[in-house]
Write a protein that binds this ligand. Structure first.
Ligand code: HEC
Length: 195
């Protein structure tokens, strides 16, 4: 390597070092407190290891479905309202009464039928429902509502108690239905063998 090249590399290195050391501060914002980070850190993974204490059954969930107003948007039977279908409709139930809100989630891809993990339903309700009053549900209520939706879609039994241990073990009907690509091995191009 010629001395010019060495000098150039040294110069680039020196500049990036000093840029790093002197990265500007703008005097806005502040470091969040550990409590603030904890309050935002609510993601529940498929293993459910982040799930809080608490428990609930489908019976409790049926009452909450009405008292928390889920029926107002999702329909009294969990279908047929303006919000996405939560409970697969059985023959004879009324069809969609109003135009479905986008994204319109219908019978075949309602979460309890389609999602590979039961923990996704818990996470979704906990972070996003009831729409307009998000974050208001207690863990027991989220377990109960999840149990109700899973029971009504024939995924669990009515008396099954859902909690941090039992929820991740629920075998979802579409668990294997996503056709994931084969596991990637180091050194191979991504998505090899995947159409
Ligand atoms: C004000 C209307 C409203 C209320 C009340 C409401 N929801 Fe929803 N819900 C929605 C809408 C709209 C969506 C679709 C949002 C989207 O996909 O962006 C949704 C989506 C969902 C989903 C995901 C559905 C799927 O398959 O993708 C679940 C689960 C759910 N709601 C459960 C509940 C529960 C349980 C309650 C009661 C605690 C509730 N919702 C109350 C409007 C509502």
């Amino acid at each position: 390597m010629g001395w010019r090249k060495v000098t150039l590399i040294a110069a680039v290195f020196a500049v990036s070092q000093s840029a790093w050391a002197q990265s500007p501060t703008y005097g806005v914002g502040r470091t969040p407190t550990p409590e603030e980070i904890r309050a935002w850190d609510i993601t529940i993974s498929p293993t459910g290891k982040e799930l809080p204490q608490g428990h609930g059954t489908a019976k409790e969930g049926a009452a909450l479905f009405v008292s928390k107003g889920c029926n107002g948007c999702h329909g009294g039977t969990g279908a047929g309202g303006p919000a996405p279908t939560l409970i697969r409709s059985k023959p004879g139930q009324p069809a969609m009464a109003m135009a479905c809100l986008a994204p319109c989630v219908n019978d075949s891809n309602a979460m309890a039928v389609h999602s590979p993990f039961a923990t996704t339903i818990w996470d979704y309700i906990n972070r996003g429902m009831p729409l307009g009053d998000e974050g208001s549900l207690k863990p027991d209520e989220v377990y109960a509502l999840t149990a109700y939706i899973l029971f009504k879609n024939d995924v669990i039994k009515e008396d099954e108690v859902l909690d941090a241990q039992s929820l991740p073990k629920v075998k979802m009907p579409n668990h294997d239905g996503f056709g994931l690509p084969p596991p990637w091995k180091h050194g191979e191009p991504r998505l090899q063998g995947y159409p």
